[in-house]
Design a protein around this ligand. Structure first.
Ligand code: NI
Length: 177
């Protein structure tokens, strides 16, 4: 187990589509090492999600861990540490809502991004089984943000109003949201 370096915007690995995870990889020693590293890294940097490409591993693998409870986004449902292999997202309702997103690969900034708020995630789980997760609200935004990393996208690509891309320090001082 190790805390890995999170690569930042500008590193080309953040801009390429990651490879599918093979059946053989799931459950292997290499997978358990990578998962342990990703978990240590996420907790050390302090985030709710991490995609493998963010530590320069070009695989369609992401983890999410949301503590839940009250937050500046309202009351959030907790998600225990969950591993997603080869995830896909189906939009169940195209109605969007916006959040001020941040990203461990874009440190120090926040940007207001609108995304659909009701989605179905289909993925392969830690045991190699197909799994589904229906998510609404902030958690729907979290999975879309994380899985974008698997296709070489960053949240800043979705910002339509560039006056809403700001430094986190100023955001904490001046933002009402
Ligand atoms: Ni991110």
């Amino acid at each position: 187990m190790a805390i890995r370096k999170i690569i930042r915007m500008g590193h080309p690995s953040l801009r390429i589509a990651a490879d599918n995870v093979s059946e053989d990889f799931i459950g292997s020693d290499a997978m358990h090492r990578l998962l342990a590293d990703m978990t240590d890294t996420l907790r050390d940097y302090g985030g709710v999600g991490l995609a493998a490409p963010q530590i320069d591993e070009p695989l369609r693998m992401a983890i999410i861990e949301v503590p839940g409870g009250p937050s500046r986004y309202g009351e959030i449902e907790a998600i225990p540490l969950t591993v997603f292999f080869n995830p896909t997202i189906e939009i169940l309702n195209p109605e969007v809502a916006g959040y001020w997103e941040g990203c461990l690969s874009v440190p120090g900034l926040r940007g207001f991004v609108e995304r659909p708020q009701h989605v179905m995630v289909r993925y392969t789980n830690l045991h190699g089984q197909p799994a589904e997760l229906e998510l609404k609200g902030f958690l729907a935004t979290v999975v879309q943000h994380e899985f974008d990393h698997l296709d070489g996208r960053l949240y800043i690509d979705h910002i339509t109003d560039t006056t809403k891309l700001v430094f986190e320090e100023e955001w904490l001082k001046f933002s009402q949201q």
